[in-house]
Design a protein around this ligand. Structure first.
Ligand code: HEM
Length: 407
């Protein structure tokens, strides 16, 4: 006798027969409690992977893909899972950047910025700048016995790096952080809160003013984003949209990854010891942290044409969220995925994405976080200890809330 209670949700049954008729179907509906999901999405994502790996979540207004395999396959199929989202908040508020383009148009802009983001430039140009910014920030903290690690260390390190990479050296690090946060809030403003939208517009206007001021000056020969776009005589519109993309994507993730990796190592002293005695390196710690607590949990796509995949029907203009954070905790890929383990093989982690939009700042991030920020902090403060527990928040962007360390 067929046990219907064990069948996957959403399947269509012929109850009179003793077999299941599998017909193409819409993704099933899966309700979440938004507040719980924002605070800690992992229990819900685990249920989604087990019960409804492709499902419509009304509270997010999107179809969520939560299994590693599905994201890995679908993200590369850009003729269906398109990045072009003309009505999306990011395009409307920040302009159409490369992350909202497909195919050749995307490739063209990605090619222009290669001299800024390449491993060679990262090692030969940016690394020295990152070291010098981080040294100043650490020197300024020398007299303190307690440090609030997110705001006093991770945030300025990340923002100073971003000033160099974008070429917006005329901004303060505080303004860089403010405009980044304002745009992130604007892009996640699905409830259309007027104040959030106005603040986002104020932030993008500030960026445009700073860009114009720098374009009117001699940019010099360094390979910052502004310089490489100006060299190609790109339109202000293109420069502005892509600099805004780098700012919205390049500030909070390194900030969260720096602070989060440090917190996690301090909470796991035996694993920290393995780095300090040379068994593992800092990059391993950052990569495992980024798998375990993915700073970007999701990347959106628009369905470009009707399509069916694994018996699910998608329709043109459906909104899909690729849940990277969930893929990185997929039990089919990672053993005991909820544990932070330095000796884990993270080769299949997709913290930086898994398709043509693979993070443009990946090499930069690895150098900033694992070769500069974290090792320099532990070198400067070898007796660093946590003064409290560490809480995390967010599902699309996730990182630690402010926490104190004793140095
Ligand atoms: C811990 C650090 C970071 C993480 C975890 C991260 C993660 C990601 C992810 C998941 C994506 C989307 C990939 C996709 O949709 O397939 C992305 C895209 C992108 N990231 Fe990052 N990112 C980080 C740091 C940075 C930094 C520092 C910059 C700039 C300096 C940056 C610039 C970009 C850009 C420009 C894109 C769009 C690439 C494209 O459309 O081709 N990211 N990042």
């Amino acid at each position: 006798m067929l046990d219907l209670s064990r069948a996957p949700e959403g399947f269509i049954f012929n109850k009179k027969a003793d077999h299941v008729i599998v017909l193409p179907m819409l993704p099933v509906e899966f309700n979440i409690v938004y507040e719980d999901f924002s605070q800690n999405p992992y229990p819900t994502l685990s249920k989604l992977r087990k019960r409804a790996p492709i499902s419509f979540v009304p509270q997010l207004g999107a179809i969520l893909l939560s299994k590693h395999e599905d994201i890995f396959v679908c993200e590369k199929n850009i003729s269906v899972f398109s990045s072009v989202q003309p009505d999306g908040l990011m395009t409307r508020l920040m302009g159409q950047n490369m992350m909202r383009k497909d195919g050749e148009e995307h490739k063209k802009e990605r090619h222009i910025i290669f001299p800024t983001i390449s491993p060679k430039t990262t090692q030969n140009v940016w690394k020295q700048k990152f070291i010098s910014h981080t040294k100043k920030i650490l020197d300024n903290l020398s007299d303190q016995q307690e440090i609030e690690l997110v705001n006093e260390f991770a945030k300025p390190v990340s923002a100073e790096a971003l000033k160099s990479i974008t070429g917006l050296t005329n901004m303060t690090w505080q303004e860089m952080d403010r405009v980044s946060q304002g745009m992130i809030d604007g892009c996640a403003n699905y409830t259309q809160n007027k104040a959030v939208e106005e603040n986002c517009n104020n932030c993008t206007a500030s960026i445009d003013l700073h860009i114009q001021e720098r374009l009117d000056q001699d940019l010099g020969s360094d390979p910052a984003l502004l310089s490489v776009f100006a060299l190609k005589n790109e339109k202000f519109e293109t420069i502005s949209a892509n600099v805004k993309l780098a700012i919205s994507g390049g500030q909070n993730e390194p900030r969260d990854a720096i602070a989060g990796t440090i917190a996690t190592l301090l909470q796991n002293p035996k694993q920290l010891e393995k780095i300090l005695n040379g068994e593992f390196n800092w990059l391993k710690a950052f990569e495992e942290y980024a798998r375990w607590m993915s700073p970007i949990g999701m990347s959106p796509r628009r369905i470009a044409k009707d399509f069916s995949y694994k018996d699910f029907n998608f329709f043109e203009n459906d909104r899909v969220f690729l849940m990277f954070g969930s893929a990185n905790r997929d039990e089919d890929i990672f053993e005991k995925p909820d544990e932070f383990k330095l000796d884990r093989d993270v080769a299949r982690s997709i913290s930086f994405g898994a398709g043509p939009h693979f993070c443009a700042g990946a090499w930069i991030s690895k150098t900033l976080i694992a070769e500069v920020a974290i090792p320099m902090l532990f070198e400067k403060f070898p007796n660093i200890k946590l003064l409290s527990g560490v809480e995390y928040s967010g599902w699309a962007f996730r990182g630690p809330k402010p926490f104190f360390v004793k140095v």
